[in-house]
Design a protein around this ligand. Structure first.
Ligand SMILES: N[C@@H](CCC(=O)N[C@@H](CS)C(=O)NCC(=O)O)C(=O)O
Length: 226
């Protein structure tokens, strides 16, 4: 029995949901409380007990507990190899890990300054101005990331030879860039085609729909671009 502690607007937990569904694995999902004012506080007691970082996602596979979306998705790929979500050769696997890291650690730095947009506006006008100034700089960085991804894709269907954990992580970063009012994908035809094609897959479509529903319920509406 697989149990996943997830969050309605958790980019990282949603990565794991996509991997589980792409592999056709049944799982029980426990949604931890989240709101746009206090975030994940107060934290779910089982997340505190199971993850020293006190974060979602946490996954339990018949009592074997893991945390961190990257560690979890690699475990899932090894424990449940069909269909594979990583390529075969050491070089391709390393490149796949680097592409995932690009999403989670590099693009994510440019997503953070946009995140205030879905929360209640600060009562401090100077702070609001500073936040939006930082967001505009981050949007430029995101547009540059799109260009890097466009070149990397070079018209292929996926970032590696097959649909992989890298596509899942990069999809979540692009989805969050879009929902946070970041740059449109116009001018990046390969990236736009890749994004549109992944959105058609049931595992990705479910996350897109549930994140949109969570935004309607929890978030301040953001003017979307493009
Ligand atoms: N590197 C971790 C990051 C996990 C993470 O940042 N989780 C967020 C939700 S998306 C969280 O639980 N934040 C609450 C906190 O950090 O206190 C992963 O890939 O799982």
């Amino acid at each position: 029995m697989i149990t996943l502690y997830s969050g309605p607007l958790s980019l990282f937990a949603r990565k794991v949901e996509i991997a589980l569904r792409e592999k056709g694995l049944a799982f029980e999902r426990i949604m931890v409380p989240f709101n746009q004012t206090t975030g994940y506080d107060p934290k779910h007691p089982e997340v505190i007990a199971l993850n020293p970082k006190r974060q979602v996602p946490v996954l339990s596979d018949c009592g074997f507990v893991l945390y961190d979306s990257t560690v979890i998705n690699e475990y899932l790929d090894e424990a449940y190899p069909e269909p594979p979500l990583m390529p075969q050769s050491p070089v391709e696997r390393a490149l796949c890990r680097l592409d995932e890291l690009y999403a989670d650690e590099i693009m994510h730095q440019a997503l953070k300054p946009l995140m205030h947009r879905t929360g209640p506006p600060s009562p401090d006008r100077d702070r609001r101005i500073a936040q939006e100034a930082d967001a505009l700089i981050a949007e430029e960085a995101l547009a540059q990331h799109y260009e890097v991804l466009e070149q990397k894709l070079a018209g292929r269907a996926f970032f590696g030879g097959i649909l992989s954990i890298a596509d899942i992580a990069l999809f979540m970063s692009v989805l969050f860039a879009r929902r946070l009012g970041g740059p449109s994908l116009d001018g990046h035809p390969a990236l736009a085609a890749w994004f549109a094609q992944l959105k058609q897959r049931p595992a990705f479509a479910q996350v897109v729909a549930e994140v949109a529903e969570a935004d309607r319920r929890l978030s301040v509406p953001v003017a979307l671009r493009g």
